[in-house]
Every structure is written in structure tokens, then in C-alpha cells.
Design a protein around this ligand. Sequence first.
Ligand code: URA
Length: 209
Amino acid sequence: MTGLRIPDNALLRHKLARLRDRRTDSAGFRRLLAEIGAMLTMEAMADLPEREEAVETPVTATRARMLAAPEPCLVAVLRAGLGLLEGARGILPEAPVGHLGLVRDEHTLVASEYVVRLPRDLAARGALVLDPMLATGGSAVQAVARVKQAGATTIRFACVVAAPEGLHALCAAHPDVPVIAAALDEKLNERGYIVPGLGDAGDRCFGTE
Ligand code: URA
């Protein structure tokens, strides 16, 4: 299993603490989610393949490393993935963007697709799938499967908070997909919310609580 990567970063932990706080309003929540999206994207891209090229600085000729392939596609799982996407796009401005709409039945917790718009060059670029809450793992497993079906072979998954249950489900279904998260929380409660978590990320992001 490729497993979980949590950046060891005090600023990230600080932003997550403020994101968890119930007193953070929707505008603050959106801003923090975007900032965390940028930081997780940086971490997720840390091991992209590189090549070396000759570069002329204003001072001298040198050699410098750059990405060997075009920027990976970003795939936002709706709705809350849009919050992470905002920050991720700042880091990967040339990345094509896909959207995947999955809705979870509140009783069965099973996800079904209501929108699928994915870039064409997933096979060449690979993808970073964005969804803030890795809860049961149902939507994440389905989202990654859909991105694979569309041609991506190199996939990374970024979330803000992972529950052990969701992490286990995603790693079991897609052992080739590394998970980049800001935190691994304790558990899911009986309503499928991550504990301690941060509540409903979509509702807090879009002010629909
Ligand atoms: N989705 C959320 O937005 N929050 C959770 O705690 C679990 C799933």
C-alpha cells in the first residue's frame, strides 16, 4: 500500500485548527480551505518526475530541474472539493480541471454520480483528486475508479481530514494511490461524520448549514 502522507507543517496544523473551529464563519472557512488546498497540492506534487535543463539566469548559465511532464489534472469532487480546488489552481495554474458530482444517500451512505466532466488528457498528465473529507471512503473509492476509467494511471488523492475507515477503504481499493491529508482523525460517528472532524465541509464552505 502506498498509504498516507501528512505534511509535518506547523502552519498547516494552525490553519486546520481554525478550520475545525465551529466559530469560523463561511467566508473564513472558504479562505482556509483554499489555503490548505494549496499546501496539500504542494505536498502532493513533491515527488513528480523531473528533468534537468540548461537555464540562463541574469548572472550565469546553469542547469535546473523542472517537471518532466505537463502539470497533472485537478479533479474536484463536488461540492466541497471546489473549496480545495481554489487553492490548488493557484499552485497548478496550467492544470486542466475536472468535476465529479457524487451524492451520498444519508441512510445507506452509498454515493451515486450526478455529474462527470473530466479532462481528455488524464492519461498523459495523471490526476490529483480533491475532496476535503475522507469519511467512509465510498465517494473517494468511486471517484478514483471513475478517474482511472477515464484513462488516468497516476493518481493522487488529497483531503483535509481522513477517518481510519475511509483511509482503509481507499487504500484497499486503490493501493496505487497515495493519500495526502492534513490530519488522520479518530473515527466516524453513527451519522457518518468524522470525529472530531470539522462538520459538513460543503455546508460550511457554501453557507448552507
Ligand atoms: N462529509 C463531511 O462534510 N463531513 C464529515 O464529517 C463526513 C463527510
